[in-house]
Design a protein around this ligand. Sequence first.
Ligand code: TRP
Length: 517
Amino acid sequence: MPDTVLSSPRPRVLSGMRPTGKLHLGNYMGALANWVKLQDAYEGYFFIADWHALTTDYADPSRVKLNTLDVALDWLAAGLDPERSTIFIQSHVPQHAELHLLFSMITPLGWLERVPTYKEQQENLTGKDLSTYGFLGYPLLQAADILLYQPQFVPVGQDQVAHVELTREVARRFNSMYKTGVFPEPEALLTPSPKLTGTDGRKMSKSYGNTIGLTEAPDSVRGKIHGMSTNGQRVRQTDAGDPDLCPVGYLHKIFSAADVAAATQRGCRAATLSCEHCKVEAARQVDAVLAPIHARRMELEGHIEETWEMLRGQSAKAAARAEATMVSVRELLDLSHDLGSIKRHFTASAEDRQRDHDLSAQAAWWELETAERSRNLRDYWQKKLVPFEIPLAQESNRVFTSLERELEEPLLTPKKKRVFVAAPQQAEGDGWTFAVPPRSYEVWTLLCWQNQDHWLRDFVVPQKYFAQAFAKAKKTLKKDEAVPLTVRKDGARFLLVIHENEPVEISDLESNYDPLR
Ligand code: TRP
């Protein structure tokens, strides 16, 4: 284990935001406030998705870094805590890009084209040309962001659920394609979102110019609340109002102490409280929550360099965690950086090879999950046992293969089962011919190697499939003469024929390594 992060008992959550600059109350209530709470019970990974910003703002990247820092300062001001959570910058962790690239190999175009945000955003952001490769890949980069850290939950708003769904599909496809469990499927953790609108009663959004900043100066917040829309209600102050329809009413529900909220609601419905007073009270209550956040922001702005260094340090920590995932992923795609076992193909001494062929030397494998163990074994056959160069007989289209001589000795499993392993002496179309020395084995492993497409079909055959027929065959052959057998593809089935015996179906034994345990 590279660090304690991996063995942390807290379930992991991960989420990110694009760097759009300072946050407003909508961002706070829709995400950040929830993240701050989650930090107690969860191990949090929170990052600023600056590469995602470039998918739409590539033409003018000049504000990305400033916006990134602004978001980070607001996060810290609001209470995200680098002692408890990992707070980092996406582009400082290049593993995100590497995993995105590898995912792009296995992701069908249609999956990305039908993500709802793709068409919607292309239609809505008309000022930008979004017919780019990067923009299409937006949700796939997000899948990489998430899966790198193997979180159980992704706290997001409703608008991101389709992206988490795609992430789950990518995880499933990767796991099944490479027979691994490296990417558990994360779940969206929907952020509870109380109703909050901008100062004009529409959705709070930068593009409407109706926001209240999370770390805006208290005076300015007060002024904005005083000028807020009441949604057309109580034009005459003697009219009763409905606080459930009023943007100021929403502020009370979110920010006011319960008794204050209840009193203002009563006063609004009974027309005994003026909007003026209601707003003064709302401003006071909002201020009580925002003033300390604003003060922390001011304090942090006095230490910009330390804050940036902190983010770099946290990003390095995130990268170490991400690298642990990438090591497994590279291994699965045969991209690991060490020369590893292929070196043996060129340099192994006879003793090395002897040791290699003793499966009990691979002690660590037997602790692994079934799927991973099978993968290792297949790897092992492929790298160590299947000849790389296969002599072609000139005079016919038959292909002759043979294993290295050592393999005439059986392999031993950890439980000392004797295993005969063989590559075919001949492979022809859908038939493979083997010669088995007439000794006693508990398992046969028949490597049906098709050298046209480098496809390996491996059958691990337990004794009960061959014991009788093998004994019978031995009797009719000369002493010490190898027993000929074939594996034949018959439609979708695979049949094993042992010298003049009835065929036995072995389809189910393909890649089933249980008998080797
Ligand atoms: N797409 C998200 C948004 O617009 C931001 C994001 C990028 C994200 N990567 C992520 C969110 C990973 C959660 C997890 O809000």
